[in-house]
Design a protein around this ligand. Structure first.
Ligand SMILES: NC(=O)c1ccc[n+]([C@@H]2O[C@H](COP(=O)([O-])OP(=O)(O)OC[C@H]3O[C@@H](n4cnc5c(N)ncnc54)[C@H](O)[C@@H]3O)[C@@H](O)[C@H]2O)c1
Length: 310
């Protein structure tokens, strides 16, 4: 049977760090692909040379030919462009849709049994596109955003209260963007909701910082965007799938009536196991929270409509 094969497409900041984290967790043998000649091979060789120091016993191979993903049980899609000066969000949407749409065709051909984790932005729309173009059942196409957004919320809660990050849990639903829906009532310190621990104005400030979490990092870096926490988030999802852990994590998944939403990808809590999305969990939401989630999903639906011709 051998070890599972894991493919990471796109060997940029997020992709390369993800490959490294998957190897360090020894989840399987990793193949890292990119269109830039020799770059993924170079990064993979560098990672292989950290194995003797760190002690992981899996292989990491770089490739330019997408056919090298053949037989992967998990594929992570991180390929794409970031927005450049003068480029509108719509330009980025169309450009990344072209890249990700082509990759979805390749995944269908070369790794027809894979579970796919999509990372490329705009996240919810790219996840829809991969689902549509692969024709995979929706349980096997999952967008990474909620784990990252929740991790950011957790970090800010722990910093605000001066408590160990180990005791903080947070839940962020909705699309990956300004319309995301952090849920303070379901965010806790050792089981105590933060609504019991912090005044409303402080919670509002943490929610706002979470919503703008990606932009804050872009601003600080001046070049590129976040990749340490995004790759850690992908690795947690991958681990739950490969080890059939059934962890409950927020992720962008295809909804069929849950939360009153149909035929759209949106971030909700799911159980992740060996078949991908094992269960979609429906939380009891207040009218305001539900309205915010639906509004976020409608924004995704509008962007998807722009791609329907593809
Ligand atoms: N979902 C999230 O929460 C989240 C978080 C961080 C980043 N992202 C997104 O992830 C994507 C990658 O971010 P990054 O920082 O790694 O960018 P990056 O520019 O460092 O890397 C992207 C890589 O994709 C490669 N690429 C382009 N077309 C390709 C193709 N057809 N096949 C294989 N590789 C191809 C590029 O050569 C480049 O190396 C971006 O769209 C970014 O917005 C999403």
């Amino acid at each position: 049977m051998g070890r599972p094969k894991l493919a990471v497409i796109g060997a940029g900041a997020v992709g390369a760090t993800t490959a490294q984290r998957l190897a360090e967790k020894e989840l399987g043998d990793v193949v890292l692909t990119d269109v830039v000649p020799w770059m993924p091979q170079g990064k993979a060789l560098d990672m292989m040379q950290s194995a003797p120091v760190l002690g992981y016993d899996v292989t990491i191979r770089g490739a330019n030919d997408i056919a090298e993903i053949a037989g992967s049980s998990l594929v992570v899609v991180t390929a794409g462009l970031a927005r450049k000066p003068g480029m509108s969000r719509d330009d980025l949407l169309l450009k990344n849709a072209e890249i990700v749409g082509g990759l979805a065709d390749a995944i269908r051909t070369h790794a027809p049994g894979a579970i796919v984790i999509v990372v490329t932005n705009p996240l919810d729309v790219m996840t829809w596109l991969v689902w549509k173009r692969t024709g995979f059942e929706p349980q096997r196409v999952i967008g990474m955003a909620g784990v990252l957004d929740s991790a950011r919320f957790c970090t800010f809660i722990a910093m605000e209260l001066g408590v160990s990050i180990k005791d903080v849990r947070a839940m962020v639903l909705g699309g990956h963007g300004d319309s995301m829906v952090p849920l303070p009532r379901y965010s806790t310190v050792s089981g105590v909701p933060i609504t019991e621990l912090l005044p409303k104005d402080r919670i509002d400030a943490l929610v706002d910082r979470t919503r703008k979490g990606g932009a804050e990092i872009v601003q600080l870096l001046q070049q590129g965007s976040a990749f340490y926490a995004p790759s850690a988030s992908v690795a947690a999802m991958a681990e739950s799938i490969i080890k059939d852990q059934n962890r409950v994590l927020p992720a962008a998944v295809y909804l069929t009536g849950q939360y009153g939403l149909n035929d759209v990808f949106a971030g909700v809590p799911v159980k992740l196991g060996s078949r991908g999305v094992e269960q979609i969990i429906e939380l009891e939401l207040s009218a305001d929270e539900l309205a915010a989630l639906r509004c976020s999903a409608e924004q995704v639906r509008e962007l998807v409509a722009k791609l329907k011709w593809m």
